[in-house]
Design a protein around this ligand. Structure first.
Ligand code: MLT
Length: 321
């Protein structure tokens, strides 16, 4: 049997090499495809390796009747229609650990840049000004950092924040308390984390429960002058509500790497607000992380196609064979 693996995105060459080293696997790696070309290319594919830039929705899956597996080189599978995949017996797998450190480091970078106005200072000097008074910031030492979602990334941020002598508190209803205790983080009710945090960083998946969790109601329960960081998913934040809280000064600043639609529209309520800094979904974009997630994704596909063993499965694909 010769399996066709389609890689319709810019995935590291080491992943392609790994796939090609296996007899029984044929690879096409055309790089990022336009939607119409993608719909054509998937016609005889047995597996896909994708990043967040490819939307594997019901339409795409219907065009690939031979598809058996999709590997996401990354964590979030919100760009994949898991129900449609399950219906078609397609196994969806991800690489949850590969970009943890890159994402944690980027989040931390955003927090420091936000607290010290680094992007604004850079821009002001580049425009010929010398605005030292305008950009006075705050220290991280002694401040409370609230982490919403203490999974791999949240934990990596916690240990870094402790090195900066911050007090780290967290909310995570799914984490066994002993895991938090082992890294000296107090797990608290959400309302308490909101009320006590000087900085809040969000590391949750988008679910019915978490969609829009940063909104006028929750912001009202936060500390005055809180700074908010989001490098997880844009849909966790109600952008209009956050923009309003920034205008009133209730929220002192926000640092964003993710947006509800990407790229965000030109009239996005938070882009270019004076107290907001933003990056274009860069948290996992390091050479280190991209090699790791790509190679892990390729190995998942090889193992599944050649041995039937599926790991890091994200959907209940009972119909898979
Ligand atoms: C992830 O879900 O792995 C990150 O947000 C990075 C990405 O989407 O590529």
């Amino acid at each position: 049997m010769n399996f066709h693996v389609l890689v319709p995105d810019n995935v590291h060459q080491k992943a392609i090499d790994l796939l090609e080293a296996n007899d029984g696997i044929r690879v096409s790696a055309p790089g990022k495809l336009e939607r119409a070309d993608l719909l054509d290319a998937v016609a005889d594919a047995n597996a896909l390796i994708i990043r967040s830039g490819v939307t594997a929705d019901a339409e795409l899956l219907a065009e690939g009747p031979q598809l058996k597996a999709i590997a996401r080189a990354g964590v979030g599978v919100d760009n994949i229609d898991l129900d449609a995949a399950t219906e078609r017996g397609i196994v969806v797998m991800n690489t949850p650990g590969g970009n943890t450190i890159s994402t944690a480091e980027h989040t931390f970078g955003l927090m420091i840049a936000l607290s010290r106005h680094i992007p604004h200072g850079h821009q002001s000097l580049a425009e010929g000004r010398w605005d030292r008074k305008l950009f006075s910031g705050v220290e991280l030492k002694g401040k409370a950092l609230g982490i919403i979602g203490l999974g791999r990334i949240g934990q990596a941020i916690a240990t870094r924040a402790q090195a900066f002598e911050m007090t780290v508190i967290a909310h995570d209803p799914y984490l066994p308390p002993e895991v938090a205790e082992a890294i000296q983080v107090s797990l608290l009710p959400l309302a308490e984390v909101y009320a006590r945090s000087d900085f809040l960083t969000f590391h949750a998946m988008v679910t019915e429960e978490t969609r829009g969790m940063v909104n006028a109601h929750s912001i009202a329960r936060m500390k005055d002058g809180v700074r908010i960081i989001n490098a997880a998913r844009g849909a966790l934040i109600n952008s209009a509500d956050l923009a309003q809280a920034l205008r009133t000064g209730k929220v002192a600043g926000a640092a964003l790497d993710v947006y509800e639609t990407e790229p965000p529209p030109a009239d996005h309520p938070l882009i270019n607000l004076p107290k907001v800094i933003h990056t274009p979904h860069l948290a996992a974009s390091t050479s280190d992380a991209q090699v790791t997630v790509a190679v892990e994704a390729a190995q998942l596909i090889v193992d599944y196609l050649l041995t039937g063993v599926a790991e890091n499965v994200c959907n209940p694909a009972e119909n898979s064979s």
